[in-house]
Design a protein around this ligand. Structure first.
Ligand code: HXC
Length: 259
């Protein structure tokens, strides 16, 4: 079935897929349908051997202006508990392949949280990041108090979460929230370039390296180092390891097959 709220571009470059949020009139507000479609698309793309890296973007004006306030406004606590919309986010988090957020314009509330759920963020000069939930009488609910704090530190996270102030792309870069800033007309192109660079590596090594970096966020140093070492050793079971090291010795470019 065709998705209603997103567009899936299968091969925007070799091994690179692109999910575009497509509710432009609502600034890509994340309603339940849209989040479910992202979850389903990621499940399919994560299992697809012709895809190694996935980009998520909105449009020039908005990555996403947050959860759909109109859909949420009348809900009771029991509705929220029963619908449990954040369980979708747990599934998205399990994506093994690298996710790159290409952000232009607003990345607010759930939009900022979705970008932070990705592994890297490429931003346009017009990107604005914020957690304005406090102005709605609530607070971030999908990682805004945790991932943002880990990314930008306590001082800036507190200010953003308690005042709802948006930060610019330059502030976000300085704080370590994003990877790079490019002119608005290039933000998707730049994300594709980054994705291609990663897609040229061994997809097995990439997945295990991603898993190990993420482990740093929820484990002790000792546990994380142990996990890293285990993945490193495990990669010696792959043909890609033989190919990568042999290619270095033969002074040629390796061809990785994901085996
Ligand atoms: C529903 C939204 C929306 C949202 C914008 N729209 N954001 N609808 N949910 N989060 C709609 C507007 O109602 C409007 O529709 C249309 O999109 C264009 O928005 P405008 O406000 O007219 O645009 P502009 O003046 O340019 O202002 C842009 C904006 C503002 C600063 C981004 O729209 C805004 O403050 N949006 C809400 C941001 C926010 O609070 N996000 C956090 C949501 S809570 P109509 O039909 O009126 O023209 C959240 C919880 C996270 O994310 C939980 C995890 C999922």
């Amino acid at each position: 079935m065709q998705p209603e709220y997103i567009i899936i571009h299968q091969q925007v470059a070799p091994y690179v897929a692109h999910i575009q949020l497509n509710r432009p009139k609502e600034l890509n507000a994340l309603n339940l349908g849209l989040m479910t479609e992202i979850k389903e698309a990621l499940k399919v793309l994560d299992a697809d051997e012709s895809v190694r890296v996935i980009i998520i973007s909105g449009n020039e004006k908005a990555f996403a202006a947050g959860a759909d306030i109109k859909q949420m406004a009348g809900r009771t606590a029991m509705d929220m508990y029963t619908i449990d919309q954040f369980s979708t986010w747990d599934t998205i988090k399990k994506t093994k392949k690298p996710l790159i957020a290409a952000v232009s314009g607003f990345a607010l509330g759930g939009g900022c949280e979705l970008a932070m759920l990705c592994d890297m963020i490429v931003a346009s000069e017009t990107a604005r990041f914020g957690q304005p939930e406090i102005k709605l009488g609530v607070m971030p609910g999908a990682g805004g108090t945790q991932r943002l704090t880990r990314a930008v530190g306590k001082a800036m996270a507190m200010e953003m979460v308690l005042t709802g102030r948006f930060i610019t792309a330059v502030e976000a870069l300085q704080a370590g929230l994003i990877n790079r800033i490019v002119p608005v007309e290039l933000f998707l192109q730049e994300a594709i370039k980054l994705a291609e660079e990663i897609a040229a590596q061994s997809p097995l090594a990439v997945k295990m390296a991603k898993e190990a970096v993420l482990k740093a966020f929820d484990s002790s140093l000792e546990e994380g180092l142990h996990f890293e070492r285990k993945n490193f050793y495990l990669l010696f079971a792959s043909e890609d390891q033989k190919e990568g090291m042999q290619a270095f010795i033969e002074k040629r470019t390796p061809v990785f097959k994901g085996k």
